[in-house]
Design a protein around this ligand. Structure first.
Ligand code: ZN
Length: 298
């Protein structure tokens, strides 16, 4: 009896020592760009479910019952923050989950501008990931949250974050070197909505859009008319559609100004895996290559 009890105890006592180590930590990321960052830091230890996938528009996303289930099971829920995922608080509440909400943009210097669409009210631009230096802040926040949730993986997360940060740094240097070849007065472009404010601030580029910081409302005829005049006056050569916005407005502006759209930029979502913007870093490579080609007049 004693031996059985001892064995039983041994078995039970050993259980907590092997807390299903092979099982990855379940986390949710609100959208594809953030999901890619979390995968880079989390590696094999983390199972990342992304709610708004490639090509999706997070501004106007409507969560599904499957999303609520995933959030309920998640140990951590990553959002970019700054008002980007307006639907997330409610989703977390209704899911009944207990996973911690992690705001990846915490610590970035927010870009606050008057929104023409909203009677010049001051609004916060949510697209902070479009500055690679902010991307480094995201990575640090992601690593910190993963280490807190899974301390046994601290060394892995720290090493992954360091390696990924180096790649982000290298991409940042490449972007700056590319723009250095364009005269400052030529660094102008038009995109569907105001997703590149942080990008413009970081890389010395003026960006104009018929739509504001969100895709929720439609462009006013007044704004479109003003933009068309501005493109003609300032001889803007770079005009782009975005992967997650309706291309028709940009195509119309192209026709009326005689500027041929220079391709598709990835602003708020990645491309599918076989596309040219399948990761956060590939997105920059694709976007900057197209921008520079267009500004040079090809
Ligand atoms: Zn956006």
């Amino acid at each position: 009896m004693k031996r059985i009890a001892a064995l039983l105890c041994l078995g039970l006592c050993l259980l907590p020592a092997f807390p299903r180590a092979a099982e990855p930590l379940k986390v949710v990321a609100s959208f594809s760009i953030l999901g890619d960052m979390v995968k880079n830091v989390g590696g094999d230890r983390v199972d990342v479910i992304t709610l708004v996938g490639p090509g999706g528009d997070t501004h106007v996303y409507q969560p599904t019952p499957a999303d609520a289930k995933n959030v309920a099971r998640a140990g951590l829920v990553f959002v970019s923050g700054l008002g980007f995922e307006g639907w997330m608080d409610r989703l977390v509440k209704t899911s009944g989950g207990t996973g911690r909400l992690v705001v990846a943009s915490e610590g970035v210097t927010p870009l606050i501008c008057a929104s023409e669409e909203q009677d010049n009210r001051m609004v916060t631009d949510p697209h902070a990931w479009q500055d690679l230096q902010n991307g480094k802040i995201y990575v640090a926040n992601i690593a910190r949250a993963l280490i807190q949730a899974d301390p046994a993986g601290a060394a892995v997360y720290t090493a992954n974050a360091a390696a990924y940060t180096q790649k982000i740094e290298a991409m940042d240097a490449w972007v700056k070197a590319e723009f250095a070849t364009i005269a400052p007065g030529e660094r102008k472009m038009i995109t569907s909505h105001d997703a590149f404010g942080y990008f413009g601030r970081a890389y010395g580029m003026t960006i104009l859009s018929p739509l504001g910081y969100s895709t929720e409302s439609e462009a006013s005829a007044l704004n479109v008319g003003k933009l068309i005049r501005q493109i003609k006056q300032e001889k803007v050569k770079a005009l782009f559609v975005e992967n997650m916005s309706d291309p028709r407005l940009i195509e119309r502006i192209g026709k009326e100004t005689g500027v041929t759209p220079g391709g598709t930029l990835y602003s708020d979502a990645l491309s599918p895996p076989d596309g040219p913007g399948a990761t956060y870093l590939d997105m920059f490579k694709n976007n900057v290559t197209l921008m520079v080609a267009a500004m040079r007049g090809r």
